[in-house]
Design a protein around this ligand. Structure first.
Ligand SMILES: Cc1cc2nc3c(=O)[nH]c(=O)nc-3n(C[C@H](O)[C@H](O)[C@H](O)COP(=O)(O)OP(=O)(O)OC[C@H]3O[C@@H](n4cnc5c(N)ncnc54)[C@H](O)[C@@H]3O)c2cc1C
Length: 470
């Protein structure tokens, strides 16, 4: 089937499952008199697009997606994702929301042929990025690129979202906000404390733009042993670095991928319905293990003589010495010309301008739940404690009640919902849950009007006539 035929199939499939088609969300005007959006989605990465699709399927169509990145550069795939292929198996479905013609497989087969799909190992990241753009076109969602969210504030029953669109500052009004802003949605990529004194031109985080060509013949240290650490080490090796050391804090590499264990509908669908003790126990265990790397990632590094792994090498101090950086680690001194930190993200709401004025009142897990001593983990305690509708909850009830209309669908949702925002494997299960929660909020807040609408309903389905004599 050609791509054109597939696109016709998608349109036909979506038309066949469009029931019930009746528009139902009631209009609300903003303070400017113009119609407010029902939902403003921040971020047009895979989660923002999938969330939009979930809403559209629920007939919540007065929505807009914005993204600060230029068209095609949303998400990490063509910028700082330094792997060649996705880490997920090619069979994992996601943004298609269980519509067969919208799956990656259908797109790949139409684009490159069935045989090509059958012999494919993992999905090249460039193809994944192209597929996401295709899905976006197929579902017909409006995305405004180069548009950044910079502030959120209450505006009566609505939320005022301050945006900068191609240099121009404006305000959009929406009943609900979905933050699908990715890894840094509620914090930032971490830089280990010990490295903060190292000059900025000698260190970077895995998410930064790194001039790898300038690392030719240089000594590079990568801190961390997850998949991104290996990807950065491999990229440095391929750029001709003389020596690339990967420092792993643990005594042994993490080779088990806990996110594979949890990829079953029971866990994905029902994890968020567990009590806090079970949610914390599962997710703190999984997140403390961190994501394992794939065989392809490992092999990509190991084929270079310049590459070396040091385990039990937690970093204690770092300082410049002559022209190099000297790192004191648990297994001795290591010298480098450039250091890359690939140690994941840390939550810190105060770093995000859109939370100015209310970051202090966003409840965290440590505000709500005290784990037993053997399960404590201050890093994870900083994750937001979300309501059952993915919304922010308040630390002090009543101080900022409007934040209950800000819904988080990103890595920051993970402690409350398990894999949800941010994971391809969870999308087909979690996006419908998110869309249902958003729909419920919109419905409930207008319930009086729906009641009046029912009482006023007088569309006759049949005409009762006098019996006419035969
Ligand atoms: C290198 C790497 C490889 C990964 N590989 C896999 C994998 O193989 N399988 C898997 O399941 N998961 C993988 N993940 C995890 C996850 O799937 C990705 O992080 C994915 O990109 C998450 O999608 P997202 O939509 O949540 O965030 P993103 O794709 O990061 O999209 C967020 C978007 O929000 C925009 N944005 C942020 N802030 C603002 C703002 N204030 N205003 C406007 N726009 C804003 C950004 O520009 C961005 O486009 C990987 C993650 C990384 C980092």
């Amino acid at each position: 089937m050609s791509l054109t035929d597939l696109e016709a199939r998608v349109a036909s499939d979506l038309a066949r499952i469009a029931h019930p088609q009746m528009p139902w969300v009631l209009p609300h005007a903003g303070p400017d008199g113009a119609s407010a959006l029902d939902v403003l989605i921040i971020g047009a990465g895979q989660c923002g697009i999938a969330a939009a699709f979930g809403l559209i399927r629920s007939k919540i169509e007065n929505i807009l997606v914005i993204d600060e990145a230029p068209y095609g550069l949303e998400g990490p795939w063509l910028t700082y994702a330094r792997m060649h292929t996705l880490r997920s198996p090619k069979e994992f479905t996601g943004p298609d929301l269980d519509i067969p013609s919208l799956t990656y497989q259908s797109w790949h087969e139409a684009r490159f042929g069935i045989e090509h799909w059958e012999t494919l190992g993992l999905i090249p990241k460039e193809n994944w990025a192209e597929y996401l753009l295709w899905v976006r076109r197929m579902i017909g969602v409006t995305v405004r690129n180069e548009t950044r969210l910079v502030g959120l504030a209450p505006a009566g029953e609505l939320i005022a979202a301050d945006i900068i669109e191609r240099g121009e500052r404006r305000t959009l009004y929406a009943r609900k906000i979905i933050l699908a802003t990715g890894q840094e949605s509620m914090g930032r990529w971490a830089m280990p404390q010990a490295l903060r004194s190292v000059p900025a031109d000698r260190r970077a985080r895995a998410c930064d733009a790194i001039d790898f060509a300038s690392l030719k013949h240089k000594r590079v240290v990568v801190i961390g042993a997850g998949a991104s650490a290996f990807d950065n080490a491999a990229t440095a090796c391929e750029a001709g670095a003389a020596d690339v050391k990967l420092l792993c804090r643990r005594r042994e590499l993490q080779v088990v991928q806990p996110y594979r264990w949890l990829t079953f509908r029971g866990f994905l669908r029902h994890f968020s319905e567990l009590d806090d003790a079970w949610r914390w126990r599962f997710m703190s265990h999984i997140m403390a293990l961190r994501e394992g790397f794939t065989q392809a990632t490992y092999d990509r590094c190991m084929r270079h003589k310049a590459f070396e792994i040091l385990t039990g090498a937690g970093i204690q101090r770092a300082a410049m010495s002559g022209d190099g950086v000297v790192l004191d680690t648990e297994c001795g001194k290591v010298e480098a010309d450039f250091v890359i930190a690939a140690v994941g993200v840390e939550m810190d709401f105060s770093l995000r301008p859109e939370f100015n004025g209310f970051a202090h009142n966003i409840a965290t897990w440590s505000d709500r739940y005290l784990p037993p001593p053997e399960e404590q983990d201050p890093r994870l305690g900083q994750f937001p404690y979300l309501g059952e509708d993915f919304a922010l909850t308040e630390r002090v009830a009543g101080a900022t009640p409007w934040i209950g209309n800000i819904h988080v669908f990103s890595i920051a949702s993970t402690l409350s919902f398990g894999p949800s925002g941010s994971s391809i494997n969870a999308m087909t299960t979690m996006v419908p849950k998110l869309a249902a929660a958003i729909g419920r909020g919109l419905f409930e807040s207008d319930i009086e009007q729906y009641w009046q609408s029912l009482l006023a309903y007088d569309v006759k389905q049949a005409i009762v006539r006098e019996r006419t004599p035969a």
